[in-house]
Design a protein around this ligand. Structure first.
Ligand code: THU
Length: 137
């Protein structure tokens, strides 16, 4: 699974977004170490607080199914109803969700767009000195 394909799957997931308040549609594709991919979208709520980001949805689905080892996630977001022309960086909560299950030195976060190259980062670049399970050991 290369980054280009993972970004395509995130674009596909974006079409499932439920974003009637922000009108900002986000899709994510999470690659497990065994090659399985979980897709997620943002799912908003009238009370705002219970809204879930695309990355979080993908992790919830994967962990429920028993996955704990992950290699990479692609994220694509932009105004709903059209292409995502620019990258959409994960929010702080989503970076923390990644930190729970992923090694910041090797887990890759690919920030994609509808057209053109994705931009790969390491989780450790997006969340330096992160607080994670190892901190509590
Ligand atoms: N959103 C995501 O799905 N992922 C992020 O990392 C950034 C923000 C969603 C949340 C909300 O539904 C919409 O984008 C606007 O903030």
């Amino acid at each position: 699974m290369d980054d280009e394909r993972l970004v395509e799957l995130a674009c596909e997931a974006r079409a499932h977004a439920y974003a009637p308040y922000s009108h900002w549609a986000v899709g994510a594709a999470l690659l497990c170490s065994d090659g399985t991919v979980y897709q997620g979208c943002n799912i908003e709520n009238a009370a705002y607080g219970p809204s879930t980001c695309a990355e979080h949805t993908a992790f919830l689905k994967a962990v429920y199914d028993g996955h704990r080892d992950f290699e990479a996630i692609a994220v694509v977001g932009g105004p709903e109803g059209g292409p995502a022309p620019d990258i959409c960086a994960p929010c702080g909560v989503c970076r923390q969700v990644m930190m729970e299950f992923c090694d910041p030195a090797s887990f890759r976060v690919v920030l994609g767009r509808s057209e053109g190259e994705g931009r790969p980062y390491l989780l450790g670049e997006l969340l330096p000195e992160g607080f994670g399970p190892d901190t509590l050991r």
